[in-house]
Design a protein around this ligand. Structure first.
Ligand SMILES: Cc1ncc(COP(=O)(O)O)c(C=O)c1O
Length: 387
């Protein structure tokens, strides 16, 4: 079986977990702080703005919740988004308004976002498809000009940059995912970044019951009655812990090496598939853009895409399409009365795109096996369709 995604964890991560066991402190503690500090340095921001949480989904919910939406307030996001982004909007009383994407990068352009803005728009949530930064510089400029909060769903773009600046730091808030299928994994986990210092402190409270003070020994040292509660507004408990943070710190150190291998695999796919009739491969990155290379995707005749995916599966190669269009999901449209928009490119993409296996555990031979199976399937299904 050739997996679509596969985590890269080994002896170093195991040693880090063993050290946590030896210290008898599994919860939120010094290793969480150290991971947050290292991640903040990776982003080039101050550590107070970064919080380790239990998933990327929690990050999306926290980010949208912190907007204090009122009934009917609109949040613009691409239809080709991860479903948790729409769940977070609907869960905070907002109306998702779906915008279109560029058909080849699967990222929205600033023009796509602008077309969906109205005077009820409170925020824009954009992801970076497959790690491609996309039009984030222009989208950030547009949001600033229109006074709209920009949330970056940077789940897939932990190592993506534009002109050296980390993706996730262009907007007002951002979140990353470290779930078991991502580039940097902690089993489950995520990071949230909040640009405004006051809002960052609030998000920190919301992520831990709404409490202003941290509990435990450290607080007992500075308060005579450390068990009392101070809760300006209720929150949840979605923080990370030292066990997963220990894994995350090792993974962050290994990130450059893991991304380098991903880049090599992408280059090999590009070379092996170059000029193959009937298949589109991802466009070249613009100058100054660096991708995490989370997805490698191909696009083909919609009449054969699903059959090709089935043929690859029969060869024990798992492929998929991310992200199924949200404007087709009634819970996000009819149920909340979201306005219908022209999403022609999203429909075009959804019918034609297939994500191929991409992770550092793939050998060059694995990649050639995928390519051979793909070529065979496309040729076979195209000739059947032509007949
Ligand atoms: C673009 C995107 N955003 C958010 C998430 C949610 O992250 P998590 O699985 O950590 O909750 C994912 C997970 O697949 C994702 O791909």
């Amino acid at each position: 079986m050739i997996n679509l995604f596969q985590p890269q964890v080994g002896a170093e991560e195991l040693d880090a977990v063993a050290a946590v066991f030896e210290d008898h402190w599994l919860g939120h503690g010094p290793r969480t702080k150290a991971f947050e500090a290292a991640f903040a340095e990776h982003l080039g921001v101050a550590p107070e703005h970064v919080l380790f949480i239990n998933s990327g989904t929690s990050g999306l919910f926290l980010a949208v919740e912190s907007l204090d939406l009122q009934d009917g307030d609109e949040v613009v996001l691409p239809s080709l988004s991860f479903l948790a982004a729409a769940n977070a909007v609907v869960g905070s009383r907002g109306r998702p308004v779906f915008c279109d994407v560029d058909p080849r990068t699967l990222n929205p352009t600033a023009k796509d976002v602008a077309a969906a803005l109205t005077d009820r728009t409170k925020a824009v949530v954009v992801l970076h498809y497959g790690g491609y930064p996309g039009d984030i510089v222009e989208i950030a400029r547009l949001c600033r000009e229109r006074g709209v909060t920009l949330i970056e769903d940077a789940a897939c773009s932990v190592a993506s940059r534009v002109d050296g600046r980390a993706v996730g730091t262009f907007g007002d808030l951002a979140m990353w995912s470290f779930d078991a299928m991502k580039v940097l994994v902690t089993g489950d986990g995520g990071m949230i970044y909040v640009k405004d210092a006051e809002q960052a402190a609030r998000v920190r409270r919301l992520a831990y019951h709404g409490l202003t003070q941290s509990s435990g020994f450290g607080y007992a040292k500075v308060s005579a009655r450390w068990w009392e509660l101070d809760i300006p507004e209720p929150g949840r408990r979605v923080i990370g812990n030292d066990l997963t943070a220990a894994i995350g710190s090792v993974q962050l150190r290994r990130l450059p090496e893991m991304v380098r291998r991903r880049r090599e695999i992408v280059a090999l796919y590009d070379r092996e598939l170059a000029g193959f009739d009937g298949l589109l491969t991802p466009p070249a990155l613009p100058a100054g853009h660096e991708s995490t290379h989370y997805f490698y995707w191909v696009q083909m005749d919609p009449a054969i895409r699903d059959q090709v995916a089935g043929d690859l599966l029969a060869d024990d190669i798992y492929t998929t399409f991310r992200y199924a269009p949200l404007h087709k999901v009634p819970a996000y449209t009819t149920a909340v009365g979201a306005p219908a928009a022209d999403l022609r490119a999203s429909d075009w993409v959804s019918d034609r795109t297939l994500c191929l296996p991409l992770h550092p555990g793939l050998s060059d031979d694995d990649v050639r096996t995928v390519v051979a199976s793909l070529r065979k399937a496309v040729e076979r299904r195209r000739s059947e369709t032509a007949a």
